[in-house]
Design a protein around this ligand. Structure first.
Ligand code: ZN
Length: 282
């Protein structure tokens, strides 16, 4: 089981979504990215929907909740959602974790593929999936999500986060936040204005969950490769410039949320270039 000194962590998959390669690679010409990540006949590439379960200081912490179970057939078709090993709830039960046992949910941001599993339909009403959890969401992300504009509306779906208010489980946080002595969040602006990362530090080792700061490892190696989804692409570049250095200095184990080629890796400086080396986790 993956473990730092005092902290246990697990990748939990909510399945795979097939996304348009142009969305993932932005301005990068298809002739270049398609060689590294060959798309299917509809120009789509598989995006993993990795969430992370962390146990630290007696707290059970879930980072992001995937697409969840509320998508109708049309939305499932559009996202190309595939779940050969089941969804997030099945991944949790394979670990022996019940929804009641989750103490804290951290949403890196409120795009539908990161918080869809926050809520479920139960007996016809919409309720939080994790009845005892506090949901940690950045205040600015919340503000953007509850008042989306023409560009962000399609992915900010109120049913994924509005019910948390009524149940008293919403905890808005403002900037970098310590969750336990070993787990903290940090702001990585660009993909959204208040997109947050999750960092685990224990016994001199570091795990960095990069979420959509760098959806695929290619985006971490190359500053100019920025997804079309990022609302502030020039900020994304400066954000990545900082975190590249940070990850190399700490020899951090990086968890890539959407990368089906390299879910775990370490960033290395190879001459003048950054390169992600895959790491296999037992
Ligand atoms: Zn995403």
């Amino acid at each position: 089981m993956p473990k730092l000194q005092n902290v246990e962590y697990h990748i939990l998959s909510d399945g795979v979504a097939w996304v348009d390669g142009g969305g993932a690679f932005g301005l990068v010409p298809r002739t270049i990215w398609a060689e590294l990540f060959p798309p299917d006949e509809r120009n789509r590439i598989p995006f993993g929907l990795n969430c992370v379960l962390i146990r630290s200081e007696g707290q059970t912490i879930l980072v992001d909740t995937g697409y969840g179970t509320k998508l109708d057939e049309k939305a499932r078709q559009r996202t190309g959602l595939e779940r050969p090993d089941g969804d997030l709830s099945e991944a949790l039960s394979r670990l022996g974790v019940t929804v009641e046992e989750v103490d804290i949910v951290i949403n890196t941001h409120l795009h539908a593929d990161h918080c869809g599993g926050n809520t479920i339909y139960q007996g016809g009403s919409l309720v939080p999936t994790f009845p005892n959890a506090q949901y940690l969401i950045q205040r600015l992300e919340w503000a953007d999500a509850i008042a989306p504009n023409e560009r962000t509306r399609a992915t900010y779906l109120p049913e994924n986060y509005r019910p948390l208010e009524g149940s008293g489980q919403l905890k808005l946080i403002n900037g970098p936040t310590r969750v336990t002595g070993e787990v903290r969040t940090a702001i990585a602006r660009g993909h959204t204005r208040a997109h947050q990362l999750v960092i685990v530090e224990s016994g001199g080792e570091t795990v960095l969950f990069v979420a959509d700061m760098t959806s695929l490892h290619y985006h971490f190696e190359r500053l100019a490769w920025v997804a079309s989804y990022d609302v502030e692409p020039l900020e994304s570049i400066e954000t990545k410039r900082y975190w590249q250095q940070w990850a190399v200095e700490r020899d951090a184990l990086i968890i890539f949320q959407h990368d089906t080629q390299i879910p775990f890796g370490k960033l290395r400086l190879d001459g003048a270039n950054f390169k992600v080396k895959p790491v296999s986790i037992g």
